[in-house]
Design a protein around this ligand. Structure first.
Ligand code: SF4
Ligand code: SF4
Length: 323
């Protein structure tokens, strides 16, 4: 958000960002984990979305957004786009180019939309009829003169499922997202306290949120990644909140090595899990009774003297949810 203000026109005009740019090659890379590596195969032939919805019904488990369960996509996508540039150079000779993957002031979704990679759904993400929306975007800014591809028509029609499904009401109108209410923003980008009125709505989502994509009918066509890079790591999938909350900083750094989660740091990790623990205690769900409930309270109490005021405040809030 800050760099939007700082970079102004550079976002809208590629040549301002990389002088000499006359074309932008846009690319998408599917990230849905491979079937056998996602813990989905154990669920018979259930649709992956059914399995993901079920996770949200188990308040004692932490749910990490699908894109973040494997390796950091920035590195994977950048390396592949660079490889593509090498192949183009081998075919046409040296050419000016720069690769972007969510790492610079680039209007990714707008470029993807204009180049026909998909249309902008009412949840503001790009959707392709043959691939849903579970993909990353990347770009190559280049001085090659290329024939432009055309936008595709939108296919949301009268559907508004994502607006109704959003737990925090962050999609305030079709195509309008209030980032300050979005769980992805709150659990990843937002550095401070999570607004208390929104905490109950986070449920057990401890890093990102997939609800608006899970509910989207086009994700019936979401493609699985062919890469092992996005295989879900066991320590980040289907884990109890108390286990995840017990990670000290060294464990956090070790277990999130090469993962996008590492960038939020241990403090925000604990903040997010504390909120989920509070929600679990409040839920009175059968899975959060007896020993599990006692373990949750003990885990929170063990962090109640944490050095970070942010963590302490969220822990105190969580303990208060148990009544
Ligand atoms: S990611 Fe979650 S919170 Fe954000 S808009 Fe989508 S459903 Fe709403
Ligand atoms: S859920 Fe419906 S309205 Fe929302 S992006 Fe998907 S098709 Fe469009």
């Amino acid at each position: 958000m800050d760099y939007m203000a700082a970079h102004g026109l550079k976002r809208a005009r590629p040549a301002e960002l990389v002088p000499g740019t006359v074309s932008v090659i846009t690319a998408r890379m599917d990230y849905l984990p491979r079937m056998d590596a996602a813990g989905w195969s154990a669920q018979g032939d259930q649709d992956w979305r059914t399995v993901e919805w079920a996770r949200l019904e188990r308040p004692h488990e932490g749910v990490v957004s699908l894109y973040a369960r494997g390796r950091d996509y920035h590195k994977v996508l950048r390396a592949r786009l660079q490889k593509l540039c090498d192949r183009i150079a081998a075919a046409v000779g040296p050419f000016g180019h720069r690769v972007f993957t969510d790492s610079a002031p680039v209007l990714e979704a707008a470029l993807a939309e204009r180049s026909g990679l998909g249309w902008r759904g009412k949840h503001t993400l790009v959707i392709d009829r043959a691939a849903g929306s579970m993909f990353f975007l990347g770009e190559i800014y280049t001085d090659l003169v290329l024939e432009p591809t055309q936008p595709v028509p939108e296919h949301c029609g009268s559907c508004s499922a994502c607006l109704s499904a959003c737990p925090t009401g962050a999609i305030v109108a079709p195509y309008r997202l209030d980032a300050r209410r979005c769980i992805s923003y709150l659990t990843i980008e937002h550095p401070g306290a999570i607004p208390p009125e929104l905490r109950p709505l986070l449920g057990n989502r401890i890093y990102g949120c997939d609800d608006c994509q899970l509910v989207c009918p086009w994700n019936k066509f979401a493609q699985r990644s062919s890469l092992p890079d996005f295989d879900a790591r066991a320590e980040l999938t289907g884990q109890r909140l108390v286990s995840l909350f017990a990670w000290d900083e060294a464990t956090f750094l070790r277990r999130t090595e090469g993962s996008p989660i590492r960038r939020i740091g241990h403090e925000r990790w604990l903040r997010n899990i504390a909120v989920a623990l509070g929600n679990a205690l409040h839920s009175r769900n059968d899975a959060v009774q007896g020993e599990e409930q006692a373990a949750m309270r003990a885990a929170l109490q063990a962090r109640s003297g944490h050095a970070s005021p942010l963590v302490r405040e969220h822990v105190a809030w969580a303990l208060a949810q148990g009544g």
